[in-house]
Design a protein around this ligand. Structure first.
Ligand SMILES: [Zn+2]
Ligand SMILES: [Zn+2]
Length: 661
């Protein structure tokens, strides 16, 4: 006898679906519905993915679904397809993707909240408020307006202060008149309040969606969005999963930002999902940035995106009044005399200084103090990192290793040092040198609680602090008119990091953070402290500006056959024994068949320190197309469980990696 069987995803790191019998008394069950099931010995909420009829179940008995929670599925077909695509593209368990893409109360089985928003729904011409666009803004709007009913990806490449937000609003207004909803995603929640205020004051129904909302509020907003009770949704990366029935436009602001990438569980990139979604729904998407990512610039040259430039505030030729302080002859100095006296000048004038610390923990690159030699891989032309425990240099692209005997390969000197060493002391030194000043440190720790960031930003504007010490977070979007000096430190490790994205992120941050100086009436100054003032990237960036620099980078990467011209997937294995992880990846290497379009590098040790007593090893899969990469990896996943001792390995897959190491 045949039975109706539901294939169910559970929120666990498991790649397969589970079959459950649909009780006869249940009516028609649809994919996307939540059900209560017994899983192991526990009851939990599962998600119906497929319904099938199965014969020959005489051999073993299937468990029955205990309860159907949704008669009508709350995950509609479009959203379910999106989850399935994400699961397939990033090779992440479907249940885990659903887990990331839905609010907690929904996953616990709670029912949708039926509520209306106080502000009535009106289709008003919210543009009628007096506002004139600049010529460039007008041109941008004109180009985008031509394609409001179809998929087009626009790269709005506009320098800081060129007025991208007004362009967004103008386009949003046209979408609104069609009765459609707009989704705006930003890389960090601190960027939400300003945008909320901006759109809220225009008589629109605006809602936020991000991880700092209480579970209750999050579920409430999630419900209101599904019920079409809002016009604009502004959220962080998880909002890209939202079911938005009348979605007509997506905007991804600061598209270059690495925070769009999720680095735990499903390693998705929200900007890329947004593009997929727009394409699939046949609606326009706008990517905004003052420093577009290399992959977006590459897509422009492939004619996949439309490039809209806004350059009219300042000509984007070079960074504003940037002074480079050479630290190469001051090996044990953390703060140069120039920096100290410049800060003192600001304190005297009651102006503010922003000290930007590039705090990313990169792997150690060594250099010779005598001749400035830096080890490079002969094969790939990339810098090699030093692994202390084994005394070897490793190329983290091709896996080539070289023994290092504490002596410079070029001049035989034993005066070797680590690039960027000792920089963790910077904050200490600043605090002791300027002990009488008000100093505040701003990072994700000091702004975690709701309202905390707003309070700090407010205090900065009220001039309560003399010196702000900040990381990436401060380089974005905020406008503090009394900052007249920006000091950039601790960049040397990024200059030589083998991580492919490191130099690009540094270039973007330098441009962004320089833009923080002199936003008010007073003129701003930027000082950059580095031991490598002659570095080619640095010089090109300072002399020619970001646009030229990123073009050069793409050219170089093209010649070397590296991303973004190639597609990467990294399979990472962690194990208590080095050999277990190595064997595991060697086995995967054998399963993935090499051919002309797939190259495999490794296994090689990750340069991340051993965490929780586990060894980290990486295998890089490189392909000429995303499809080829996808097939190669998809093919090998079912065989992984047959690899000997695979149960001792924790493994993950990272597609289009950013922070892989
Ligand atoms: Zn190499
Ligand atoms: Zn040397």
């Amino acid at each position: 006898m045949s039975k109706n069987v539901a294939q169910i995803a559970v929120i666990k790191p498991l790649h397969n679906l589970f079959d459950y019998e649909i009780p006869e008394k249940t009516g028609y069950l649809k994919p996307g519905s939540r059900v209560r099931i017994e899983f192991g010995k526990k009851q939990l909420v599962g998600f119906v993915i497929k319904i099938t009829k199965k014969n020959n179940y005489s051999n073993y008995k299937l468990k029955k679904i205990i309860e159907v929670i949704d008669e009508e599925p709350l995950i509609d077909k479009e959203t379910l397809n999106l989850f399935m695509w994400i699961s397939s593209y990033y090779h992440a368990p479907l249940g885990q993707v659903i887990g990331i893409g839905t609010p907690a109360q929904f996953r616990q089985g709670k029912n949708l909240i039926k509520k209306k928003i106080d502000r009535p729904y009106t289709i008003t011409d919210n543009l009628s408020k007096k506002f004139t666009l600049s010529r460039e803004q007008n041109d941008a709007v004109r180009v985008i307006k031509k394609s409001l009913d179809t998929y087009k990806c626009f790269l709005l490449d506009g320098i800081t202060g060129s007025g991208k937000t007004e362009v967004y609003r103008n386009i949003q207004c046209h979408i609104h008149k069609k009765g459609l909803q707009t989704l705006i995603i930003v890389p960090e929640k601190n960027l939400i309040p300003e945008l909320m205020d901006y759109f809220d004051s225009r008589n629109l129904r605006v809602l936020e969606y991000h991880s700092s909302l209480t579970p209750k509020k999050k579920f409430m907003n999630w419900s209101l969005i599904q019920n079409c009770e809002v016009d604009i949704i502004i959220g962080t990366r998880s909002s890209v999963f939202l079911k938005i029935p009348k979605l007509g436009l997506i905007i991804a602001d600061e598209e270059h930002d690495q925070s769009y990438k999720n680095n735990s569980e499903a390693k998705y990139n929200a900007r890329d999902i947004a593009i997929y979604r727009a394409k699939n729904k046949n609606i326009p998407i706008i990517l905004g940035s003052a420093t577009p990512s290399s992959e977006s610039i590459l897509n422009i040259s492939k004619k996949k995106y439309i490039h809209i430039k806004m350059r009219s505030r300042i000509n984007n030729k070079s960074l504003p009044d940037l002074k480079v302080v050479n630290m190469s002859n001051k090996k044990n100095t953390i703060l140069s005399e120039e920096v100290i006296s410049s800060i003192n000048k600001r304190i005297k004038n009651k102006e503010q200084t922003l000290i930007f610390l590039n705090r990313r923990g990169y792997s150690p690159v060594i250099t010779c103090n005598e001749c400035s030699w830096i080890p490079k891989c002969e094969e790939c032309n990339l810098n090699m990192t030093f692994h202390k425990s084994k005394k070897i240099l490793i190329c983290h692209h091709c896996g080539r290793m070289k023994k290092f005997y504490d002596k410079c390969f070029a001049c035989n000197s034993s005066e070797i040092s680590y690039i960027g060493e000792g920089t963790e002391k910077i904050e200490e030194v600043i605090r002791s040198k300027f002990s009488k000043s008000n100093i505040i440190r701003i990072d994700s720790d000091s702004t975690r609680k709701k309202g905390q960031a707003e309070k700090i930003f407010d205090d900065i504007k009220k001039n309560k602090y003399d010196i702000l010490i900040g990381t990436q977070m401060l380089s974005k979007g905020h406008n503090f008119p009394n900052i007249t000096l920006v000091v950039v430190m601790n960049i040397d490790q990024s200059l030589f990091s083998p991580r492919l994205k490191a130099i690009e992120q540094l270039a973007q941050q330098l441009v962004q953070v320089s833009g923080r100086s002199g936003r008010g009436l007073k003129k701003g100054e930027v000082i950059l402290q580095t031991s490598f003032p002659e570095n080619e990237d640095l010089r090109c960036l300072i002399e020619n500006g970001y646009e030229k620099w990123v073009k050069d980078l793409l050219l170089l990467r093209g010649n070397l056959g590296l991303p973004p011209h190639r597609n990467w997937g990294v399979i990472q294995a962690k194990a208590r024994k080095y050999l277990d992880a190595e064997n595991f990846l060697e086995n995967i290497k054998k399963i993935i068949k090499k051919n002309r379009e797939i190259e495999i590098f490794g296994p090689m040790p990750s340069s991340m320190k051993k965490k929780a007593n586990l060894f980290n090893l990486n295998l890089i899969i490189q392909a000429k197309s995303k499809a080829k990469l996808n097939y190669a990896i998809k093919d090998c996943i079912p065989s992984i469980k047959d690899i000997p001792y695979s149960n001792k390995i924790k493994w993950t897959i990272d597609i289009d990696p950013i922070d892989y190491d």
